[in-house]
Design a protein around this ligand. Sequence first.
Ligand code: SF4
Ligand code: SF4
Length: 95
Amino acid sequence: MVKIIVSPKCTGCETCVNNCPSSVYDIKNGKSVPARVEDCIVCRTCESQCPEGAIQVIEVEMEPAKVEKPKVEDKKKKTKKKTSLKTPRAKKPSN
Ligand code: SF4
Ligand code: SF4
């Protein structure tokens, strides 16, 4: 996301209007207005070309989406089946 601030120092010279490759600016009431900020490609031409140093182009980081923590599984330990190590008794010979 981009934020563009034009300070009151702007004289309405239209340099930014004529040099912005994305036509972001309009002149209203003798001042530059960033009317189409969403089209800005952050090339910073306007900042560097403005004779008054009146423009600030700020990249604003988006807030990361809140991620829900995964639910913790029951703390009850899963009981493992005990495997018998005993060897099966040999059958007595029947006589
Ligand atoms: S280049 Fe600077 S002074 Fe000229 S119109 Fe744009 S913001 Fe205003
Ligand atoms: S940074 Fe580039 S695209 Fe964005 S407003 Fe300035 S001149 Fe236009």
